[in-house]
Design a protein around this ligand. Structure first.
Ligand code: NAD
Length: 258
């Protein structure tokens, strides 16, 4: 259990959901982890639960000043950051005709401008200080489109593209940058009250793996990319979606041939 021994990781939006699962796994694998979020109570409780290898720092990813403060606090406490997981994200439902400009920009601010600032502030320090690994949490919404999720899809395609520019710009300085693309995963984003009422099995019935994913299944992929095991991987997309983007099951759907 030491795949991240000696690493210092900052994870955004880590008070709950996938980010929290990554924080737990990274600490178990020997990293020191800076849990950041805007949910201060949940973030502090998680950090206390994980012990001295974890700390909580408030960080609204849309605020460049808060990024600089979080980086400074992290470095003062644990030393140089070597892993950044840009995980914080928000959803907004609405057709293009129904989505306001404010809502569209709010989603882009968190899901795209946030990771941009993270790569600028933390990625820049990693590049100057000897390297590291950045994991950008996109979505299958960064590979295909979904109705009623235009702002989200735009943000996740944008993050996929920005990942490639960052990989090229930082590569020679030893910083690897990859995007991960989860399909449906059971977290407070998809199951806000924790009862499963919003997780409809029929939404997953056509997938090769016909169920919703668990946050730990995404954390395992983030662990691989954060660790030196992925030393030849950069600028790439890694999909963890139960096969949902593999294609259509025409036999099961009894569809006409395309
Ligand atoms: P979640 O809602 O449980 O967690 C997201 C976290 O981001 C929350 O703790 C929230 O407080 C935090 N956050 C929101 N705005 C923030 C801001 N301005 N600054 C800092 N933190 C902020 O959702 P999740 O499912 O764990 O999502 C994690 C990531 O995975 C997101 O980027 C999401 O888009 C992506 N994703 C989720 C799914 C899914 O099915 N759950 C699928 C694909 C991709």
């Amino acid at each position: 259990m030491s795949r991240l021994e000696g690493k210092v990781a900052l994870i955004t939006g880590a008070a709950r959901g996938m980010g929290a699962a990554e924080a737990r796994l990274f600490v178990a694998e020997g990293a020191r982890v800076v849990i950041t979020d805007v949910l201060d109570v949940e973030g502090k409780v998680l950090a206390e639960d994980l012990g001295p290898s974890a700390m909580y720092v408030h960080l609204d990813v849309t605020d460049e000043h808060e990024w600089n403060v979080a980086r400074a606090v992290a470095e003062r406490t644990y030393g140089r950051l070597s892993v950044l997981v840009n995980n914080a994200g928000i959803l907004h439902y609405g057709s293009l005709a129904e989505t306001s400009k404010d809502d569209f920009e709010r989603v882009l601010a968190v899901n795209l401008v946030g990771p941009f600032l993270g790569m600028k502030v933390v990625g820049g320090a990693m590049a100057a200080g000897g390297g590291g690994s950045i994991v950008n949490v996109s979505s299958t919404g960064g590979l295909i489109g979904y109705s009623t999720l235009g702002a989200y899809v735009a943000s996740k395609w944008g993050l996929r593209g920005l990942t490639k520019t960052a990989a090229i710009e930082f590569g020679h300085a030893g910083v690897r940058v990859n995007s991960i693309h989860p399909g449906g995963v059971r977290t407070p984003m998809t199951d806000p009250d924790g009862t499963g009422a919003t997780v409809r099995p029929e939404m997953f019935a056509q997938q090769p793996i016909p169920r919703i994913g668990a946050p730990e299944e995404v954390a395992n992929l983030a662990l691989f990319l954060a660790s030196d095991e992925s030393s030849y991987c950069t600028g790439a997309e890694f999909v963890v979606d139960g096969g949902s983007t593999a294609g259509q099951d025409l036999a099961a759907a009894a569809s006409v041939a395309p």
